[in-house]
Structures are given as C-alpha cells and as structure tokens.
Design a protein around this ligand. Structure first.
Ligand code: GLN
Length: 468
C-alpha cells in the first residue's frame, strides 16, 4: 500500500496495524524516484531513512514510540543533519557534509519522524521561484511548466506531490508561505524566537525562522509543538510562555483594503479574498478594513536589511575557512575573488553586493540605519493594528504560480514578496492556508498574521476559520 496523505491519517493506520513506518518510507522513496523529473529532492537519504524507519517500527511494537512516529519528513537543503550533505542549493557548499544536526532536526528525530531527503531551494534561500538554485529549478506538481514558488519550492512541492507528510523549511521574507500558496499546501512561519535557528545556514539572522509545511493545520501544529521552545545554542530563542489558545466565538479580523487595490493583484485572487471576508462576516466575525500607511516601504526595507545581513553572514564562504576553493588561484585576494565568483550564483552575488553597499561607510546611515528605523516603525504600526484585532488577513501572494522564466527582472521578483515580508520585519507569526483555486487551475492561499507569541492561537484560528 502507498502512504496515507497526512501524518494524522498515517498515525491512525499505523495504530491499527494497517501499515508500518518502513512500508511508508519505502513508498515515499519509490514515489520520489518516480517523480525525479520534478527536481524536488537534491538527495534522498535512503539508507538513514530506512534505518530510522526500522528503529521506529520496533518502538511502535514496544509501545514507546515518540509523538511523531509515522511522520515522513523532508528538510530544506539549508538545514544541517549530521553525516548528511547540505549545500543551500549552492555550488559553494557542493559536497559539504554536516558534522552536526540542527536543533530542529534533533528534535524531529527524537520525536521519531523519518527524514527522507533534502529538498531543492533557491540558492542560500534567496528567491521567490526556486529558479536561483545551482541545481536547476523545481517543477510545480500542479503544472510542471510553472514554478513552485521560493525559496522553499522543493519543500512545498514535496508535500504537494505526496512524497512526504511534512516539509521543514525556513522563511526569511515569505519562503515558507509563498511556495505553500503556489503549491496548495499549508505553510507556517512562527514568531521570531519560537524555533531555534541553530543549524540553519543563515541568510538574514534577524528575519530567518524555521517552520513546517503540510497538508493541513493539524499536521503543522503537531510538528510545531515538537520543534518550538528555547535552545541554549540559539540565544535569540525565547523563554516566554506561549499565549493561551482559547479563541472567542467572534474573532476580530483586520484586512488591508489598500492591499486588495494593489496594482499587481490578480482579480480572481482579489475576488476570492473578498468573498472569504464576506463569509467570515456572515459567520459573525468582526471584519474591518484597517490602514496600512507604510506598505510601500515593506519591500525596500526588507531588501536593504536582509541583504546587509546576508553580506555579513556569507562573508565566511571565502574558499579558505569555508566553501568552494578555486583551483590554481594565487594569493589571498585571488583565492577570495575566484572562489566566490565560481561558488556563488548571480542572485547571491547581487545580494552580497547590495548588502555590502548599504553597509559601506558613506552610505550606512542613509540605507542601513534608515532601514532599521523604518523597520521599527513597521513593527510598531503592525503591533498597533494587532492590538485591536485577533488576526490580520491578506492574500499570501498577489498571483498564482507563474511559468518558469516568466520573471527575469530582479526587482519584479522582489515585489512578489509584498504581502509576506511584513511578518518577518515585525517578527510576528504568519500562516498561509490553501483556500482558492484559480481559473488557470492553480491553487492559492490566504495569509493570517497574529500577535507575537500567539502562534498556537493563530494555528487554532486558521484551522477553525478555513477548515484545513
Ligand atoms: N523571496 C524573498 C527573498 O528572496 C524571501 C526569501 C526567504 O524567505 N528565504 O529574499
């Protein structure tokens, strides 16, 4: 038999003796090989996956299996797993084997999931279409001519194509939510500090968060419960108690009228969001238009600050301490220059140059300093809006998955992130739930955001309002 679609279904079948973890893992690996043309996995971990499956089956038989026994998981290629390769989809880290595991990977394994492989993504998680991967683009399982979104395109596609129950990925400016929307799955970015970033290859450290993608909110919740919580190895993780999950019958839901009028907004997505808002109002929720005065600054602030952080984080890949080293280079400068030119693709080089520029002596205050001030204002305004509302609702993306090669101008690609970067700038939790189907056949999602540390409450609300 194949693999049940969701983890909670798999858990039931497993409990009834209807399958084994080994059988599910074999089915998942076979299917992944059959779908190799989608370019979702950069590598399948057959050996360690089957060994772990046997171990979990023994635990199931002995009655002492962990809370996620039966969950088949993929990890984005920027999460470290001891003894396994990890490359951030870059030539820079081609062949690199991680000597240690990310905290999230350790926690998943301790909870008895099986990790079947590492998923393709944009190089160093920079992109919105998965086209910047050094190992080729991922095909959207709904239509292989289209992109799966990015940067976690392989992650979203691995769930959508039924190759695993859960994908673990990272979200710096929308990388979990936008691909979730493009592939018709659920994707959750937790509050900054709820999940340890230890063992995540850093892109922009003050924005990066790790989170799960799955078919439904229930599976997302099960994983979040296991991976969340303080970690001594990441001192930005918080010890703060999670907010209580109790929800009032009548939720206060804010939406940005301004955002629905956005120039690039697909009319069908707009109509769908409006009809969902109407439905929520009819069901007795308080649905209110709220102002969003600084929306035009979201994308610029995000790209100034995230590239600045990236230029610093990626400085370590110099061909000497870390990363690809160019052959036959002479002298330290040539080693740096050639190693970095060969190792990094064009998008990563562009970001490093942008980030280095905004941090440079004469421009620091005009760009980086100003970006930080704008970020603080965006956070303050966002929290102000959330003080009067349980949730903010937006489309996840103004468009559905576009054809490969369709967006070649970097700035147009950056503008794709218009609705998702606010949550990262403000550090708040946000989820994309698959609610719509476009006339072009592609799925799309709605995004819900909530106050910091209301992750569990947000998940409960998403499950209740959208029945996913
Ligand atoms: N698309 C955004 C970017 O390219 C977000 C990427 C991400 O969240 N990792 O920066």
């Amino acid at each position: 038999m194949g693999m049940p679609r969701t983890f909670h279904e798999a858990r039931e079948v497993l409990a009834n003796g209807g399958t084994s973890v080994t059988a599910m893992v074999r089915a998942a690996l076979d299917l992944a090989k059959e779908k190799a043309h989608l370019n979702i996995f950069l590598e399948l971990f057959d050996r360690s996956a089957l060994a772990k499956a046997a171990e979990v089956d023994a635990k199931v038989a002995a009655g002492n299996a962990g809370p996620l026994a039966g969950a088949i998981v993929s990890i984005k290629d920027n999460l470290c797993y001891a003894g396994h390769r990890v490359s951030a989809a870059s030539r820079m880290l081609d062949g690199y084997v991680s000597p240690y595991s990310a905290t999230v990977v350790e926690r998943l394994l301790a909870a008895d999931t099986v990790i079947i492989g590492r998923t393709n993504c944009d190089e160093f998680a920079m992109g919105s279409s998965n086209e910047s991967s050094a190992y080729g683009p991922v095909a959207n399982p709904w239509d292989p001519a289209r992109v799966p979104g990015g940067s976690s395109g392989g992650a979203a596609a691995s769930v959508a194509a039924g190759l695993c129950h859960i994908a673990l990925a990272s979200d710096t400016g929308g990388s979990i939510r936008q691909p979730a929307s493009f592939c018709g799955v659920t994707g959750f970015k937790p509050t900054y500090g709820r999940v340890s970033r230890y063992g995540l290859i850093a892109f922009a450290s003050s924005f990066d968060q790790i989170g799960p993608l799955a078919h439904d909110v229930r599976d997302v919740e099960s994983v979040f419960r296991v991976i969340a919580g303080p970690d001594v190895r990441d001192n930005t993780t918080s010890h703060r108690e999670a907010a209580p999950t109790g929800l009032p019958d009548r939720l206060r839901i804010g939406y940005y009228a301004h955002c629905l009028d956005h120039a690039g907004m697909d009319p069908e997505i707009r109509a769908h969001v409006e009809s969902q808002l109407q439905r929520l109002q009819d069901e007795g929720h308080a649905v209110e238009a709220v102002d969003l005065p600084m929306a035009d600054l979201f994308v610029p602030a995000y790209y100034i600050l995230s590239t600045a952080e990236a230029s610093s984080n990626l400085a370590r890949f110099d061909g000497i301490r870390y990363g690809h080293r160019a052959g036959g280079a002479h002298g330290v400068e040539e080693v740096y220059r050639r190693s970095r030119s060969e190792g990094f693709g064009p998008e990563v080089q562009r970001r490093i140059m942008l980030g280095t520029f905004v941090l440079s002596a004469g421009y620091h205050d005009a760009y980086y300093g100003q970006g930080m001030r704008v970020r603080r204002m965006i956070r303050d305004k966002t929290l102000e809006t959330l003080a009067g509302h349980d949730l903010i609702l937006t489309p996840t993306s103004p468009v559905t998955a576009f054809p490969k090669g369709h967006i070649s101008d970097p700035v147009s690609m950056y503008l794709q992130d218009i609705f998702t970067v606010q949550a990262n700038l403000a550090g708040i939790p946000a989820i994309s739930v698959p609610t719509g189907r476009h006339g072009n056949g592609m799925p799309f999602g709605i995004q819900l955001m909530a106050k910091p540390f209301e992750d569990e409450r947000l998940l409960a609300a998403a499950g209740r309002l959208f029945d996913v």
